[in-house]
Structures are given as C-alpha cells and as structure tokens.
Design a protein around this ligand. Sequence first.
Ligand code: AMP
Ligand code: MN
Ligand code: MN
Length: 326
Amino acid sequence: MIQSEPRKATTEEVVAELRRREAFVMVSHVKPDGDTLGAGLALGLALRALGKRVHYFQQDPVPRNLRFLPDADRVARELPADLPADALWVFCDMSDTARAGEFLPPLERENVLDIDHHLGNSHFGALNYVLSDECSTGTCVLRLLRPLGTKITPEIATCLLTTIMTDTGGFMHSNTTAEVLRISGELMDLGADRDEITERIFANKRLAATRLLGAALETLRLEEDGKFCWSLVDDAMLARFGADGEDTEEIIGHLRAIEGVDVAALFKAYDGDVRVSLRSSGRVNVQSAAGRLGGGGHFRASGLTFNGSAEAALAAVREALLAEGL
Ligand code: AMP
Ligand code: MN
Ligand code: MN
C-alpha cells in the first residue's frame, strides 16, 4: 500500500505502484511546455502498452508547436464521468499542485504521484520521484520505463527527446551534460525524430512572433550597469501584431544573451495577469529570486505570477534580484 507521508520515493516503489494501479490521469502544468507534456505523454504511452487506462488533464490547450507529439490530441481539461476513484494522478514537471491550475479537482494524497526535477519541489504526492539533477522531467520518466519493462517505441522516444530539447534549450543550457547527450543519442537510435522536433519547436515561428520579438527588443531596458535586462509584452503589443502568449517564448533568450547581462526578465502583462519569466547567465540564482515572490523554477530559469501592475512587478522583481546579489 502506498505511504501517506510525503517523502522521496525510489524507482522500485514508483514502478511497483505503476504496476499495481489500473487507471491513470497524467497531469501537466498550466502554459504547458515540451517537458510537462512530453513526459506525461511518454509515460502514458508506456502504460497504455501495458493495457492500462490512461487519461490526461491539462488546464490550457496544447500549444501549436507541440501538437505534433504522439497522443497530444488526447490531452484535455475534461475527464470521463466513470473515472475510477483509485486512479493514480501523475503530476509531471511541477513543484506544486497549484501549477496544474484552478480546475484541478480535489485529490487524496494517496492517489498522487509527483514526478519532477525542480529544486523547490514541495513533495505534494504520496510518492515523490523528484530528481533535481535531471535535465528534464522526461529523463526522470525514462528511468522508470526500463524497470517497468515496456518497449521504448519511436513515439515514446520522440516524446522524451522533446522533453530534453525543450529544457536544455536545444542542448544549449548548462544542464546539457555528456550523459544528456548520450541519452539523446540512444533515443535517436530508438527512433526519436530529432529533425521534426527541431523544426516544430525551434524553426516554425509565426510571422507575428518574429514581429513581436522585434518590438520587444526595440523597447528593452538595461539597468544596474547593464547586468539586468528587461522587456514587457502587453495586450496592446499582442493585438498590434495579431500575436498571442505562445508567440512570446523566444524573447527572453535574446535578452539574456546580451553581453554583460546577468539576469533577464520578461514581463508578460496580458490575458488578465502579470507573469514574469526570469533567466540567469549563472551568477544570480533566479529560482530564489522568484521564490521570494511566490514563484519557482531552476537556478537559471524561473517564473512567477505577480499580483499587481506591471510597474509594481518590475519594482518587486528588481528588489528580489538585488537581494540575491544582482
Ligand atoms: P517560464 O519562464 O514560464 O518558461 O518558466 C521558467 C521556469 O520557471 C520553469 O521551470 C517553470 O516551471 C518555472 N515557473 C514559471 N512560472 C512559475 C510559477 N508561477 N510558479 C512556480 N514556478 C514557475
Ligand atoms: Mn515545465
Ligand atoms: Mn522541466
């Protein structure tokens, strides 16, 4: 029987629980990315191959650039009325259940498995498979698949390589270890379509996204002797280019890549709230900075939702960054 005290789980414990349960709900976080979605789809495909019943819960729609993923069309906000009470809810790539959104039904902890690689994971599941050294949640899932005894099909391999390429920024971020490259090679040998992933995720921008990027770069600001770079995207800018939130993805990387910049921030003031993305070049811990304002993430990449105006968000973020040594 599953433990009800929060604690870290071993691979064997998680695999035993996956074998024991018959029905699953894979849960991804709001504003889904290739890691949360790819990890859930990969594990879902493996469980379905074992004859299990698998559903998906995701509050927001699948972004355009991830719709190519196998089984992405099964992902929805609605759940079947006859979902068994003992279905295991598998949360992928989030440090807290709040990241799954407000439509998540109330759950018993004993029915929750938490698979994640975030530093600040709150161990909200009965089983918490939290491996903070992993580059993606997908590689945590990969560690479960072999002992689970399922074949890694080309579809599963594509989902898993997507998680890696998303969270390493196409093998560019510091989490791209030699081991990550070896695993990626193995996934390609198993049929992962690296070309398609690159095309769909990194080289298939809408014209509106590129025009929006231009405007965000034109209005960027440098502060703190050039160590802090920020820009803002609001509803009016999105409307001007016919863009939406999915078209903002690429902007922050350009801010961070400017010579001398230690931290970049993008303020996303649209769709009714102010969300902030933070990226660090390695000197300042932006996970801690985001944590001061109720957010989270990783040392070099974090985010938060701010309760207030964009101006107030800028002041609060600047203060949090200065407190972290910017
Ligand atoms: P983003 O800037 O949205 O790409 O997010 C970068 C990182 O920060 C990811 O690892 C997210 O999981 C994390 N993150 C973003 N927003 C939040 C939030 N509101 N609370 C906790 N973590 C977040
Ligand atoms: Mn994620
Ligand atoms: Mn991730």
